[in-house]
Design a protein around this ligand. Structure first.
Ligand SMILES: [Zn+2]
Ligand SMILES: [Zn+2]
Length: 333
């Protein structure tokens, strides 16, 4: 009974948490917008009443850029009320954050696992526990598909889209390409937009503030840039791809550890669905000697045994990820 209560949140509690997550991001967006307006701004003003923002890049020659007349610099101070509004928005944000933290801090998925993953804070964790609760999905592939992280096959020639792998378009015979699913006007999407957005935020968070998963992100980014099949991609495309692959890997770890934490079975064959030869075992941001860590002892050790992976390989993986996440912190902008 107790276990079921943890596994399945009350319907109303789940709805409340989801509402609060959405509100949190809405308020955050508003706060950022207000923050941009609260600063003192400088303008150039001439006697013909032309007023334009003070040029930031070029050196200003003292003349109006529109009519050439002598001009002066005017400072515009925003009303004090804007500062008050900013403070209030910050307070609301903190309040929602505290509410969500209150929820996740009691949940085993947080206490046994997610709190040890750098880049997953209470707000993302609240999303993972409600929107992508591992108890709701039979397999990890179903979780990926729900979040729109699967691959679809499309014909760039005629627009035909298929969920199944296909090399030739059945409509026009041209080559099909695998890609991230896209919204097509007039067609219902087969993934959940809220789940997809959550995964996008997770990927961005790993890139910006992750630990071991930032290591994975860097590894996948580098691989993408070296991949001859990704030739001609923009930097933004590579980054989006690396974030996606990292998030997908994280979800596969979250899926099996999450099921384990909740006392639910998970199918071993999913490892074969992933990549039969280089299975990547679950990781967290260990502090100190990982072999003494509860997480390693309780979950990882057995998985390594089941899969037949050498402990040394795991030690190397952790070392490599820590190195990757630490070095060249500024090299990616
Ligand atoms: Zn002017
Ligand atoms: Zn076609």
């Amino acid at each position: 009974m107790a276990r079921d209560a943890v596994r399945w949140l009350g319907v109303s509690e789940e709805a409340n948490i989801k509402t609060m997550i959405k509100l949190y991001y809405d308020i955050q967006k508003l706060r950022v917008a207000v923050n941009n307006r609260v600063k003192v701004t400088e303008f150039i003003k001439c006697h013909n009443n032309h007023m334009i923002p003070y040029p930031k890049r070029k050196k200003w020659d003292g003349k109006c850029p529109i009519c050439g007349a002598p001009a002066e610099v005017v400072k515009v101070t925003p009303p004090a009320l804007l500062g008050t509004i900013l403070g209030e928005l910050r307070d609301i944000e903190k309040g929602i954050y505290a509410y969500l933290y209150q929820f996740v801090s009691k949940h085993p998925l947080w206490t046994s696992y997610l709190k040890y993953v750098k880049g997953i804070g209470p707000v993302l964790a609240a999303g993972l526990i409600t929107i992508l609760n591992p108890a709701k999905f039979e397999t990890v592939s179903k979780m990926w598909a729900y979040a729109g992280l699967h691959v679809e096959y499309a014909c760039v020639h005629c627009g035909y889209v298929s969920k199944e792998p296909m090399f030739k378009c059945p409509k026009c015979g041209m080559a099909m390409v695998g890609r991230a699913p896209r919204r097509v006007a007039g067609r219902k999407v087969n993934w959940n937009p809220t789940a997809r957005r959550l995964c996008w935020l997770i990927g961005r968070s790993f890139q910006m503030t992750g630990g071991v998963y930032k290591g994975f992100y860097r590894k996948f980014l580098e691989e993408s840039m070296r991949n001859p099949r990704h030739k001609g991609w923009t930097k933004a495309h590579h980054i989006a791809h690396a974030r996606r692959v990292t998030t997908k890997l994280f979800l596969s770890h979250y899926y099996c550890i999450g099921r384990e934490v909740l006392g639910l079975p998970w199918r071993k064959p999913y490892i074969v669905e992933l990549r039969p030869h280089d299975y990547i075992p679950p990781v967290i941001d260990y502090i100190g000697d990982y072999t003494k860590d509860q997480f390693y002892r309780r979950y990882v050790k057995r998985i390594l045994e089941d899969v037949g992976l050498d402990e040394e390989i795991y030690a190397n993986l952790i070392r490599t990820l820590n190195e990757l996440s630490g070095v060249g912190a500024d090299s990616e902008n």
